[in-house]
Design a protein around this ligand. Structure first.
Ligand SMILES: [Zn+2]
Length: 258
């Protein structure tokens, strides 16, 4: 006979264990780049999700003979995974595709930093509307989060993109008519953008270049294009490295299916 307290105790223990496993899996996947194999996972699927090849993932985890993985198995995701070939979230690509971009509408894509280390699309929109008195709100077309306010690398699509409105992010009114603005949350006078921000910036810019029929030379920092001197996007934004990485890459769509 089962003691009367046994079932509730065991149920509680299982619930606690499950909660712990879910938390631990999410935490390690982000912070430590470990991954716990779940039901339905294949090595190919896990590799694809992290933007690496199955061969590289197998080699890192000593899975040389076959690529079989079992539920609960812990895999190490190699460092730099996801930066090599990151993808644009499907909803962002859809927003890029759906906007009614007129031929010749945009001439430049301008990169900014927010200058503060916490930020969201909603917060910036409110600030530009209420403090800067901009009727169209958020001055940028896109915002990329840094993990404080928005997720690290999260792309926010502004209404100026979906409605194809002029930007409000550079000093000159005539430049605002032809400059798309992308703002990365952070103060890059103090530190670099996060690797995820840079990776997502690259795929976003590539998708926009394609959509707007522009070449990589159309991508500028705020400092490079502004008529007045500005430090934006900060002395630690890797301008040369980032622009060079665009020159060597083909414009492309990267979004996966939802
Ligand atoms: Zn700026």
């Amino acid at each position: 006979m089962i003691p009367s307290t046994w079932i509730p105790w065991r149920a509680r223990a299982i619930a606690w264990l499950l909660a712990w496993m879910i938390t631990a899996t999410v935490f390690t996947a982000v912070a430590e780049q470990n991954y716990t194999v779940r039901r339905g996972d294949t090595l190919y699927g896990i590799a694809r999700k992290h933007g690496i090849t199955a061969a590289r993932l197998a080699a890192r985890n000593g899975l040389s003979k076959n690529y079989y993985v079992r539920i609960g198995q812990r895999l190490v995701i190699p460092e730099g995974a996801g930066e090599a070939s990151p993808e644009l979230p499907f909803f962002v690509q859809r927003a890029i595709d759906r906007a009614e971009v007129k031929a010749g509408r945009w001439k430049y894509i301008v990169i900014h930093h927010s200058g503060v280390d916490t930020g969201t699309v909603e917060g910036m929109d409110r600030y530009h509307r209420e403090e800067r008195h901009m009727d169209n709100g958020l001055a940028y077309h896109f915002v990329i989060g840094n993990g404080h306010g928005m997720a690290d690398g999260e792309i926010g699509v502004g209404s100026r993109w979906t409605r194809q409105l002029d930007g409000g992010h550079v000093t000159s009114a005539s430049q605002n008519k032809v400059c798309l603005g992308i703002c990365l949350v952070g103060n890059f006078d103090r530190h670099e953008p996060t690797p995820k921000q840079l990776a997502q910036l690259k795929v976003l810019v590539q998708a926009l270049l394609l959509r707007c029929a522009l070449s990589a030379s159309a991508v500028k920092t705020h400092q490079q294009i502004n008529v007045l001197f500005t430090r934006c996007p900060g002395q630690h934004f890797p301008t040369k490295r980032f622009l060079a990485s665009l020159e060597s890459a083909e414009p492309r769509r990267t979004a996966s299916k939802p």
